[in-house]
Design a protein around this ligand. Structure first.
Ligand code: GDD
Ligand code: MG
Length: 395
């Protein structure tokens, strides 16, 4: 593929945050007489390079009662060499939707001769493994894994580690276009190929997120992402003294990272997970607060934001859902030790203005699952691996 070369990189301590890079063309051919680079300002990512990273990548698909057709479409869009890991929180009683997902996955895998894993978030064996690993952050009052996409991401991460993958990417199950899924994963691979550090992250920015009401309107910014990005940028600006617009993917649900980075990041519950990743990276490696991880500091963290060619069309889940997402996103910034009084006041005003908080209220802090490295990781991973036969589709 052809992608804009990283044009400008903002450096915050040892974090290298790249401005958005657009995908210029989805394919760059195989012809070896072409130079290994593109035109000026454009980088060519070879097919072999993309395949190299796909082979080392697990794609985690969190799903909760999504339409089966959408789920199947998403799985069909994941490049063949990636390991698909489905982490489901779908209903099991009456209509066993988890079973239906397993059957659909099994059929696709049989047709295409590939393997996949499918786990249920409420499987007591996973909760027990979490408990034994001293990672009860993940558990609710009933002693099972909490609800939420972020908890599904952690289980997916453990399974990816158990399968000895080096990269992990997340793709929602409610995407209408399998072709978009294929592009996201290729963009993940492209980003990883540009990284200098083993600690790297790729976040997807959609070119358009169409809205359908009467006709199709190709909207660029979601209501939430605009606000989240603004305050994540403020967090940086108030520390450096220079205004920035570098953060454009604060809520990027579609994102990927090296396992090395994923292991040291906390994952906030619910929809706070994506902005919290950036907040934690700025806190721990932004050079403002003291760091405990000198080794990571030395190598740095590369963050890429890649703008897709495909538009993003997913299930609409309503206003209340969006308000909750905005509140938890703002909470990650508000409660950060990097957040000064001025930004805090601006956040409160924003939330009151949007009718999400009342005057005098504060955004409640979100639950944060500690970095996996804080648990007995190898024990946890081994427990998941020992159950692989149960989770594996196509033996
Ligand atoms: N396993 C599991 N467990 N999956 C879940 C759960 C859960 O408790 N809750 C939701 N999911 C799955 C959904 O089925 C879907 O595949 C994915 O996680 C995202 O959930 P949505 O409910 O579709 O979220 P969204 O579309 O509002 O938000 C998405 O985009 C945001 C940015 O615009 C998510 O990716 C957000 O995380 C992201 O911030
Ligand atoms: Mg969705």
């Amino acid at each position: 593929m052809f992608i804009e070369s990283p044009r400008y990189t903002e450096r915050l301590g040892s974090v290298r945050m790249n401005h958005v890079q657009k995908v210029i063309s989805l394919d760059s051919g195989l012809k070896s007489e072409l130079p290994p680079y593109g035109a000026m300002g454009v980088t060519k990512i070879d097919e072999e390079t993309i395949k190299y990273f796909e082979d080392r990548m697990a794609i985690v698909i969190p799903t909760k009662d999504e339409k089966l057709k959408l789920f199947e479409g998403v799985v069909s869009g994941v490049p063949h060499d990636c390991l698909v890991i489905v982490v489901s929180n779908s209903q099991r009683e009456k209509v066993d939707r988890f079973r239906m997902e397993g059957d659909a996955l099994d059929q696709l895998c049989r047709f295409t001769l590939r393997q996949a894993l499918i786990l249920h978030q409420k499987d007591p064996a996973i909760a027990k493994a979490a408990m034994d690993a001293g990672y009860d952050d993940l558990l609710d009052e009933e002693g099972l894994v909490r609800n939420g996409k972020s908890e599904a991401m952690i289980i997916g991460l453990l399974a990816a580690m158990a399968a000895e993958k080096e990269y992990i990417g997340f793709i929602d199950a409610d995407n209408y276009f399998p072709g978009a899924v294929l592009e996201y994963v290729r963009n993940y691979a492209a980003g990883f190929s540009l990284a200098q550090s083993p600690y790297s992250m790729v976040r997807i920015l959609w070119q358009y997120k169409p809205k359908i009401s009467g006709g199709v309107y190709f909207r660029k910014w979601g209501r939430i992402s605009e606000v989240t990005n603004k305050y994540l940028n403020s967090l940086i600006s108030t520390k450096t003294g220079f205004e920035t617009e570098v953060v454009r993917t604060g809520n990027a649900g579609e994102h990927a990272m090296s396992i090395k980075l994923a292991e040291i990041l906390p994952f906030a519950s619910g929809y706070a997970v994506e902005p919290q990743e950036l907040v934690s990276i700025f806190e721990n490696f932004g050079g403002i607060l003291p760091t405990k991880d000198i080794k990571v500091m030395e190598q740095g963290i590369d963050i890429f934001q890649i703008e897709t060619r495909n538009p993003h069309l997913h299930e609409e889940k309503g206003d209340e859902h969006l308000n909750g997402m905005l509140l938890s996103s703002m909470s990650t910034v508000y409660h950060s030790p990097l957040c000064d009084e001025e930004v805090k006041q601006a956040i409160l005003a924003e939330l009151v203005n949007q009718g999400i908080l009342k005057e005098g209220e504060e955004p409640p802090p979100v639950h944060i699952n500690a970095p996996l490295k804080k648990a007995k990781t190898s024990k946890f991973v081994a427990a998941i691996r020992s159950d692989f036969d149960k989770y594996r589709v196509l033996h």
